[in-house]
Design a protein around this ligand. Structure first.
Ligand SMILES: [Zn+2]
Length: 267
């Protein structure tokens, strides 16, 4: 494979090479040689098109690398985790079945209270709907070159903490990175939003997710987590708007968005 231009320096990489030789895909998969990776990094730092493509493909990769939030500090085997999730799913289904089964009986006893209950979600149900049980992981080292870019240095500092599950600790460096990233070239609002959401600050999460541009590679994810932040804030009409957007985008969260919309339609 030839990653260099025809020039003598051997580190230039042209967009055409990136495209024709699936460089981004192989970069994200860690299948480039050190020299090739360095050549590509040098290229995308200067090339807006390739940087945008890299962000887009990284965001797509995010879909495939979700991890359950509770498993971060547990050292369980994947199958044990699957069983745990299966058990949790069964428990939820049983709970829903139980509620559906009990409802007609309760209705005949206390109709007024039952009507009120149908309009107001129980705290437990709401907590479940708003739960962030999967958080997007970050591929460390995706955006390198932090030696010279102060925003990138802070971003990487924050994302190292984020990747270690220290979301509250990641807030300060990510906020600093946001202030330094005047060109808004880094996906800071998205990850900062996640960090706020997981740290229990849905209002700040809403502010951050709202900054993710509509055409951004992270926008579908941003709408999804924005809906979670609105659910946590008991703002059902805004949650509905976000969930409808997610559903219409037919992405990874479309079915889940549809389910939640059905459950909150009377709230
Ligand atoms: Zn390029």
């Amino acid at each position: 494979m030839k990653l260099s231009d025809d020039g003598d320096d051997g580190v230039n990489m042209v967009c055409r090479t990136v495209e024709e030789e699936d460089v981004i895909e192989r970069y994200l998969a860690g299948r480039l040689s050190t020299n090739e990776a360095e050549a590509f990094e040098q290229h995308y730092l200067e090339c807006q098109k390739c940087f945008a493509d890299l962000q887009l493909q990284h965001a797509t990769a995010i879909e495939l690398t979700y991890r359950p939030v509770h498993s971060l500090h547990l050292h369980r085997k994947p199958w044990a985790l699957s069983l745990q999730w299966a058990a949790a799913t069964v428990a939820v289904l049983l709970l829903v079945a139980g509620v559906l089964y009990l409802r007609p009986h309760e209705k005949t006893q206390v109709p007024a209270q039952q009507i009120a209950a149908a309009q107001r979600p129980s705290a437990a149900v709401l907590e479940q709907l708003a739960a962030v049980d999967q958080i997007p992981s970050y591929i460390p080292g995706l955006i390198r070159g932090g030696e010279t870019n102060p925003a990138l240095i802070k971003f990487q500092e924050g994302m190292t903490l984020y990747s270690a599950g220290k979301y509250a600790d990641a807030l300060a460096p990510l906020k600093q990175a946001e202030g330094l990233d005047s060109l808004q070239s880094l996906p800071i609002p998205f990850y900062l939003g996640i960090a706020y959401l997981v740290s229990g600050d849905p209002q700040e999460a809403i502010a951050q997710f709202s900054k993710v541009p509509r055409e951004n590679a992270y926008s579908e994810e941003a709408h999804w987590y924005l809906s979670k932040a609105y659910l946590k804030s008991r703002n059902f009409s805004s949650a509905r708007t976000e969930l409808q957007t997610v559903e219409s985008l037919h992405g990874a969260h479309s079915a889940a968005a549809h389910d939640i919309l059905q459950q909150i339609k009377n709230y």
